[in-house]
Ligand binder design. Structure first.
Ligand code: TNX
Length: 762
């Protein structure tokens, strides 16, 4: 038996070895994530009603899933047998000797059989998913797939997708659909963010008020939290998963080789729990589940033992429901004001010799970690569990950037990369103003695809501690499942490819072409996948005195861009974009993408402003923040930052003042000075105490010419000051930072951000 199998495979490999470039292209055309190795052969396997699924009883679940997919597509239900039939068959076998990599598989399609050999059950399922993708895109008809041999296995052991069900609640049916999508793209972990300030979403039998009180909020914010005054919908909102439903979800996920990691947030993001059990807070309440988004001062008290009893009881029930090795306890964004003022917390700090509230946070997490470890499980927490020292054995989910990840890895702790800038799918994926409301930021499909878990410059020895990567879907601005899908897809597909495929397979154009070929399959599911990766982006090549040189581009092969600069609607009769465009007067540039003579997507629009300072050199006295940093020249590039402030135009100063000196190179009359100032107190962005303009002819002696200290707009404040009889070469702009956010305001006690974009001179 062994011998004949060996011969069979030798023949197959020989027959499949030669593959033309064209075949290679066709091979990868359908598959996401790109497999490690594909070779196409001659002929087709055609599925018929006599095809038998041959699988051992240990693979009953995988065989049933396979049959389910076939039934969905064709209406056929195939026989499942453990014996090899003489006619057409789909064989499922586990063989860890042949497929050495965990979760790996070999998919072999010949004219009379499909043979999936997995390292394990997960490998079998991934082989099925690969075949399913090939099959759904097969150009030769619904029941046939071209002969091929695919060897495949994952790059990372942890490939996750997160979902926040607290800010908005999603039905069990949607959770299952979400899991199906994860499985289709070979993601293996579902991180279920079950509790937060705005609602507690898991039934805990010992604490019924978590269901009757904590699962509900009075109403929900309308629009973005930065808008002021806040408006609410007046509708009670809530819900939770019963333990039966949780079990059902876990069963469903397990059958698809997906681990569900529950997250129970502590010590912060606890308002909903406190609303049900106010004695667990420092002040004793009363508390209410939050109706708005953000970070709230009231958190679990770290001084009362009853808090640990409560949390351990909760974790006991959670561990009963979730077999995962890892339990997530949040740990992020926990303000320390209440602790600082709380007699219980102070007593705890004294008794435990804790120097400050950060060490109290560490005490909190370590104590919970010990409890979880005592049950044979492990703790995962966000970056902030590094504060005051890591709990032994804890895994860090690193959202803040790479510093936390590097620090944890250096301490030999495992890290899952979940960086905000690249892997937060609540961010905008397009900069077009028509893009539906999102949390903020800008994380395009391409940004996700280009994500590099550790930069090349980082210590290579840290790499083994990077267990994997995960996308985050926070749901503040996801009121419907359709919107959740829109934010998830296709970015989760890019994530999946980065998590699964080897670095050598990385190619964004190739990924995009495979993504396009998946559209039909996604439409059939159906899933509301965003199509806005086919749009126009611009780059500034140079800003000179009096002119801006830009390029336009799209990632659509064969796409053509037509544009106008006179405000008219761009179309086939407008100018065809052929190369860099020089702009030397204020314009609204509008552009449309065409493919094969048909318009694609929305119209691109960007305003450019020409004034005396554009292209001038600007010297900054103080450094801006890294998030809103960049070269000083962007302050005078003729492009104004937008109110979503995700366009890289704004410069932000935190903990220091703005002082910029513009050099116009020669003394000249100045009629207007100005600046745009962004103010959103609910985003901690505060206008300066005052903004001052001073001028000089020699760069040494300055004369103050104007000062502005009123900023009435919640949003972009346009400061424009008219001058008379002023001539100067240098203009110094000073903005005095508001400093620490005052008490009673959102983010009180933290540094405010002074946000400024274009400095304007005319
Ligand atoms: C930060 S990232 C949070 C969440 C928010 C998210 C919004 C992290 C661990 N905490 O509470 O939903 O930002 O983007």
């Amino acid at each position: 038996m062994m011998k004949s199998t060996g011969l069979f495979f030798l023949l197959i490999v020989l027959a499949y070895a030669p593959s033309t470039a064209q075949e290679k292209a066709a091979a990868t055309a359908a598959l996401i994530p790109a497999p490690v190795e594909v070779k196409f052969g001659q002929g087709f396997f055609t599925l018929g009603k006599h095809t038998v699924i041959r699988a051992d009883t240990g693979l009953a679940e995988e065989a049933a899933l396979l049959n389910g997919f076939i039934r969905q597509q064709t209406g056929l239900t195939l026989a499942v047998s453990s014996k090899k039939p003489s006619i057409s068959s789909i064989d499922l076998d586990i063989d860890p000797l042949r497929v050495k990599e965990p979760e790996g598989y070999q998919l072999l399609i010949s004219s009379d059989a499909i043979r999936i050999t997995g390292h394990d059950g997960a490998g079998i399922l991934y082989g099925i998913q690969t075949w399913r993708q090939l099959w759904q895109h097969s150009p030769v008809g619904a029941l046939s797939v071209k002969a091929c041999i695919i060897n495949d296995y994952p790059r990372f052991a942890y490939r996750g997708m997160h979902l926040d069900v607290s800010r908005h609640f999603f039905s069990v049916a949607f959770i299952k659909k979400y899991i199906d999508l994860l499985s289709l793209y070979k993601l293996n972990t579902f991180h279920w963010h079950l509790t937060d300030d705005q609602g507690w979403r898991i039934e805990i039998k010992k604490y019924p008020r978590l269901q009757s009180v904590a699962a509900w909020r009075d109403e929900t914010l309308i629009g973005h939290k930065k808008e002021w005054p806040h408006r609410f919908d007046g509708k009670r909102y809530g819900g939770y998963y019963t333990q039966e439903q949780v079990k059902e979800v876990v069963r469903y996920a397990t059958a698809r080789h997906i681990t569900v990691i529950p997250e129970i947030e502590m010590p912060g993001h606890a308002l909903a729990a406190l609303s049900a059990y106010p004695q667990l807070g420092c002040t004793g309440g009363p508390y209410k589940a939050a109706t708005c988004w953000g970070i709230f001062d009231d958190v679990f008290c770290a001084g009362k033992d009853s808090v640990f009893t409560f949390l351990q009881d909760v974790l006991d029930e959670v561990m009963e429901l979730f077999p995962s090795t890892y339990l997530h306890v949040g740990g992020d964004e926990c303000p320390k004001q209440r602790w600082a003022a709380c007699p219980h917390c102070r007593k705890r700090m004294q008794e435990e010799h804790l120097a400050n509230e950060h060490e109290l946070q560490s005490y909190f997490i370590k104590r919970i970690s010990r409890y979880i470890d005592s049950k044979g499980r492990h703790l995962i927490g966000w970056d902030e569990i590094l504060e005051g020292g890591l709990a032994p054995g804890a895994t860090v989910m690193s959202w803040g950037g790479i510093e936390g990840a590097i620090s944890a890895a250096r301490q030999h702790h495992h890290v899952i990369m979940t960086p905000e800038d690249e892997l937060y799918f609540d961010h905008y994926q397009s900069l077009y103003p028509a893009e539906p409301l999102a949390a903020g930021g800008y994380t395009s499909l391409k940004d996700v695809y280009n994500y590099q878990p550790l930069p090349d410059t980082a210590d290579r020895q840290l790499l083994p501690y990077i267990t994997g990567i995960q996308g985050q879907l926070w749901s503040e601005y996801l009121p419907t499942p359709e919107q959740a899908e829109y934010m998830l897809m296709p970015r989760a597909m890019a994530l999946a490819e980065r998590a699964w495929s080897p670095e050598t397979r990385k190619s964004y154009p190739d990924f995009l072409s495979r993504l396009r070929s998946q559209k039909k399959m996604l439409d059939n599911i159906p899933v509301n996948s965003a199509g806005n990766f086919d749009e126009i982006n611009y780059t500034v090549l140079a800003v000179n005195k009096g002119s801006i040189r830009i390029t336009l581009r799209s990632d659509m092969p064969g796409g053509k861009i037509y544009y106008s600069t006179d405000g008219s609607r761009p179309g086939l009769k407008s100018r065809l974009y052929k190369g860099p465009v020089n702009i030397n007067q204020a314009v609204l540039l509008r552009a449309a993408l065409y493919n094969g003579g048909k318009p694609v997507g929305r119209i691109f629009e960007q305003s450019f402003h020409i004034h005396k300072a554009i292209g001038a050199s600007v010297a900054l006295q103080n450094a801006p923040t890294s998030k809103y940093g960049g070269p000083a020249s962007k302050l005078v590039n003729g492009i104004y930052g937008v109110h979503r402030y995700n366009d890289q135009q704004w410069m932000g100063f935190s903990g220091n003042d703005l002082e910029a000196v513009i050099d116009l190179e020669k003394v000249q009359p100045i009629k207007v000075v100005g600046a745009n100032i962004l103010q959103y107190h609910w985003q901690r962005m505060w206008a300066p105490v005052w903004l001052q303009f001073a001028v000089s002819v020699d760069g040494i002696h300055y004369k103050t010419i104007a000062r502005q200290d009123e900023y009435p707009v919640n949003g972009i404040n346009k400061v424009r000051i008219k001058l008379q009889g002023i001539t100067a070469r240098y203009i110094k702009v000073t903005g005095i930072n508001k400093g620490i956010i005052p008490l009673g305001e959102y983010g009180a006690g933290a540094n405010s951000l002074l946000m400024i974009d274009e400095l304007i001179v005319n």
